[in-house]
Design a protein around this ligand. Structure first.
Ligand code: PLP
Length: 485
């Protein structure tokens, strides 16, 4: 494949232009007469010259080379790649939201502050917590903020504790946040039902336990049904319970973190509450905490006094500021629109359909693929492709094959406590036909292992870029790929 003609610069022809303007009736001024020559370019700026349709086609074609949620099914486990209603983007694009400046006078942005204030109250209600900060810009930063809150809590109480317990199936950001926050991560095992092994937990909890970080439902897509007992064990040594809330999509209107004994939780607004994500763009990972921790939240907090909103930096016990100004505001706008457009009953229905879709798909696949922990599936489930690997196609090959069927691949090799794991999260946005077609493709791939293994091992062949040599790609990273012949 030649990539040369894919660049705007290679398509450029001198004199081509995207628009024409009428001649100006203002007298021309020589730039050199107004701007110091030292500040002017010596050579003409190299810019591609193209007509408008060429430009539009270039970007339209590029936009469909990558898979995205507007193009097709995106069952990437743990990431909640749901469809993002366009109205959220439209409203986030209103000038009064988009064009504000963080240093503008507070009296002129009262509506925006009200939105922030109201969103905090909604998230308090959803989580059952006392206070929320919208500052963290990702789930991982929320985790870090939560660990700093834990640290401050123990410091204030004079507790000397160094350990935070994390299940072996945890997302990689959990141990990272714990270490960055100055604690030691202590691993707890999984029982035969895919939940926290309570005996192992009891053996690891002692006076040195600062808290536990637990994903609920966990990364196998299962509800931790002994959560009350777990919280009691951690609280008995004055430890705090942190909920990794990345899987909140399964819980809205069904269960609240506070009722399960959690003291802190983060919420990935970009996952649960519909902001386009996956390309490393802005997100938001608010944290919500119980009353005894509310003073530790980052400054500034938003407050309402005499029907006016302003920022307050007074909290002496605050862990400090985490983000310039007040976080990724337009992500907050999208989440607010999404939540208000669904309402209480809509959010509950959303979670229930997410759970139904995952269970439906699991049922269709379980005869062909092993599902090591099948009981109590919530919004996602994890396959082990060990059987398929023994016949010649590992999880990676299955994932690559799915690209040829027009799907984004599921998450693979996470969680790490399931060998050859394939983690599938359909979300509530998909209809029965899509789930049926996907299941059919998965079953067909399994058949191909015996009838045409090469087709799987060579996959993908229908994508703009074929199978990469992953080792070479890592060892010889080349960011100029497209500028070469
Ligand atoms: C996505 C995810 C995170 C991290 O969230 P980011 O917003 O990507 O930083 C943490 N834990 C789990 C279980 C996740 O799925």
């Amino acid at each position: 494949m030649s990539n040369k003609s894919n660049l705007l610069f290679d398509k450029s022809e001198p004199g081509r232009i995207g628009f024409s303007l009428p001649d100006s009736d203002c007298p021309a001024i020589e730039v050199k007469s107004k701007i110091d020559s030292g500040l002017l370019r010596a050579e003409k700026l190299l810019l591609p010259e193209l007509s408008e349709p060429e430009l539009v086609r270039h970007f339209t074609n590029l936009s469909s080379k990558n898979h995205h949620i507007d193009k097709g099914f995106y069952p990437l486990g743990s990431c909640t790649m749901k469809y993002n209603p366009k109205i959220n983007d439209m409203i986030a694009g209103f000038n009064n939201f988009k064009n504000i400046h963080p240093l503008q006078d507070i009296s002129s942005i009262q509506g925006c502050l009200e939105l922030i204030y109201n969103l905090e109250i909604i998230l308090n209600k959803i989580t059952g917590m006392h206070s929320t900060t919208l500052q963290p810009s990702a789930g991982s930063q929320g985790e870090f903020a939560g660990i700093l809150v834990m640290s401050k809590y123990h410091q204030t109480k004079g507790n000397n504790k160094n350990n935070i317990i994390i299940p072996e199936s945890a997302h990689g950001t959990n141990p990272s946040s714990v270490i960055l926050g100055g604690f030691n991560p202590i691993k707890v095992g999984t029982d035969s039902n895919g939940r926290v092994d309570i005996d192992d937990l009891k053996s690891k909890v002692d006076e040195n336990t600062a808290g536990m970080m637990l994903t609920q439902p966990n990364t196998l897509g299962l509800f931790e049904n002994k959560i009350e007992e777990i919280s009691k064990i951690i609280h008995s040594v004055d430890g705090l319970m942190y909920m990794d809330g990345a899987n909140l999509n399964a819980l809205l209107g069904v269960a609240r973190p506070s009722d399960m004994g959690f003291d802190i939780t983060h919420i990935n607004l970009h996952k649960t509450f519909s902001t386009p994500h996956g390309g490393g763009g802005p997100g938001a990972g608010p944290i919500a905490v119980v009353e005894k921790l509310s003073d530790f939240l980052p400054n500034p907090r938003i407050v309402k006094e005499d029907d006016k909103f302003h920022f307050c930096n007074n909290s002496e016990n605050s862990i400090g500021r985490l983000h310039s100004f007040y976080g990724n505001f337009l992500v907050l706008v999208r989440a607010y629109c999404y939540i208000l457009s669904l309402g209480d009953s809509g959010l509950k229905k959303m979670s229930k359909i997410a759970i139904l879709n995952a269970n439906y798909l699991k049922k269709k696949l379980e005869k062909i693929y092993d599902i090591p922990y099948p009981n109590g599936t919530m919004h996602e489930f994890v396959i082990s492709a060990l059987k398929q690997k023994n016949r010649g196609a590992k999880a990676l090959d299955i994932a690559k094959s799915l690209l040829d069927y027009g799907y984004h691949s599921p998450t693979i090799y996470f969680p790490i406590n399931v060998p050859e794991s394939v983690m599938i999260e359909p979300t509530e946005s998909e209809n029965k036909e899509t789930l049926d077609d996907f299941a059919k493709s998965m079953i067909e791939i399994d058949n191909l292992i015996d009838t045409n293994l090469d087709k799987i091992l060579d996959a993908p062949i229908n994508t703009p870029v074929g199978r990469l040599d992953e080792t070479k790609a890592n060892r010889e990273l080349d960011l100029n790929f497209y500028s070469k012949d």
